[in-house]
Design a protein around this ligand. Structure first.
Ligand SMILES: Nc1ncnc2c1ncn2[C@@H]1O[C@H](COP(=O)(O)OP(=O)(O)O)[C@@H](O)[C@H]1O
Ligand SMILES: Cc1ncc(C[n+]2csc(CCOP(=O)(O)OP(=O)(O)O)c2C)c(N)n1
Ligand SMILES: [Mg+2]
Ligand SMILES: [Mg+2]
Ligand SMILES: [Mg+2]
Length: 329
């Protein structure tokens, strides 16, 4: 890449979707009009080469796509409608212009799908790894936001989709790289890791029903996220291992390994939450209509902020062991 400004021009969208946008790319800062009656939501996530991806685990297209997906996942976990995003990219000399364009192609494809506008960013060089940061904003109707702190004893713990697939996919990629070869079954897991789907529709269903819902997204594994819910709500959560919807059936892994990945693997970007026993059947019906899998995986009890795992006749405390950036590897 030899010209920063030409690069910025090349990634500037030609049209924008949100009505509230006042100033997009091109001035000192972007500017937008908030929608009346909505709370503003904002989150940021970073992906670092060597930590969140390598050139042999994600293609440049998938890197761009995934960093926006994980941001949208946090917007979904608040029950919000995503609106705008800004991108910061630190580029080492080992990455060429074509790869950068591919990163933006992946980002833009997902942006199109979820109706979000790229409204700014920052481009810098670095002498180490590629670092990609996205900040996304969203809006949720006042009073409808989905917090981690509202779980109550008696609630059902639920989960959208399936968990453990991303860690399984990464395990395969670590062994065989982008080119594989992979069976169809294995490729499904690899794709879950490479192209996670943010649960925006699920988040909106949960925000729109008039029921109390506590919610979190699964970036660091079910064990970690359930502990975050328990701590924020000051309740005890019990999860039934037998109920965890994972990709348990593929021929290449054991049940123990699949359970380990579901609990501690992370990057599934599904939603984990709780709601009352009376509200839960309504959720099941709404999710069925939209074709989104929703599973009851446990219950909430009065007690210390802890998570317990029940597996057949055994029961043990489930510590907040998931992906931890400051843990020695
Ligand atoms: N370096 C930081 N400075 C300030 N706040 C942070 C920092 N890192 C994380 N947070 C905040 O801590 C909370 C938990 O962050 P994180 O574990 O990354 O959440 P998530 O898994 O939802 O992305 C969030 O509210 C996030 O904004
Ligand atoms: C090359 C590579 N090694 C390891 C991982 C596994 N990994 C990296 S970060 C992470 C957890 C999620 O990322 P984090 O930055 O903690 O997201 P957040 O909790 O902020 O949403 C996992 C499971 C990976 N995706 N790629
Ligand atoms: Mg985060
Ligand atoms: Mg989150
Ligand atoms: Mg994390």
């Amino acid at each position: 890449m030899d010209d920063e400004f030409a690069f910025i021009d090349s990634v500037t969208p030609t049209g924008t979707k949100q009505e509230g946008l006042v100033v997009g790319i091109g001035d000192d800062a972007a500017m937008y009009q908030a929608t009346e009656g909505f709370n503003q939501v904002i989150c940021v996530d970073t992906m670092v080469e060597g930590i969140h991806f390598r050139k042999d685990t994600l293609t440049p297209y998938q890197i761009g796509r995934k960093v926006l997906a994980i941001n949208l996942s946090d917007i979904a976990a608040m029950g919000a409608i995503p609106r705008y995003f800004v991108v910061s990219i630190a580029v080492p000399s080992t990455w060429n212009e074509e790869e950068l364009q591919e990163i933006y192609r992946g980002m833009n494809e997902l942006a199109e799908r979820y109706n979000v506008d790229l409204i700014g960013g920052d481009t810098v060089s670095t002498n180490s790894a590629l670092v990609l940061t996205i900040t996304t904003t969203g809006e949720v109707e006042q009073g409808k936001m989905l917090l981690r702190s509202v779980a109550k004893p008696g609630d059902i713990v639920f989960l959208t989709g399936e968990v453990g697939g991303s860690a399984a996919g990464l395990d395969l990629l670590n062994k065989r790289g982008l080119e594989g070869p992979y069976t169809e079954e294995e490729m499904t897991l690899v794709k879950i890791h490479q192209e996670p789907k943010p649960q925006i529709e699920a988040g909106r269903i949960l925000a729109e029903i008039k029921e109390r819902v506590a919610l979190n997204d699964v970036s660091d594994g079910v064990a970690s996220e359930a502990n975050e819910l328990a701590t924020a709500s000051q309740v005890t959560i019990e999860i039934d291992a037998q109920c965890l919807p994972g990709q348990l059936t593929t021929s290449y892994k054991t049940r123990e390994q699949a359970l380990e990945w579901a609990l501690f693997g992370g990057e599934d970007f599904q939603l984990i939450g709780t709601t009352s026993e009376t509200a839960f059947p309504k959720l099941v019906q709404l999710f069925k209509e939209k074709g989104i899998r929703l599973t009851a995986i446990g219950k909430v009890y009065e007690g210390k902020p802890e998570v317990w795992l029940k597996d057949r006749n055994k029961k043990g405390k489930l510590d907040r062991k998931g992906y931890n950036h400051f843990q020695k590897r």
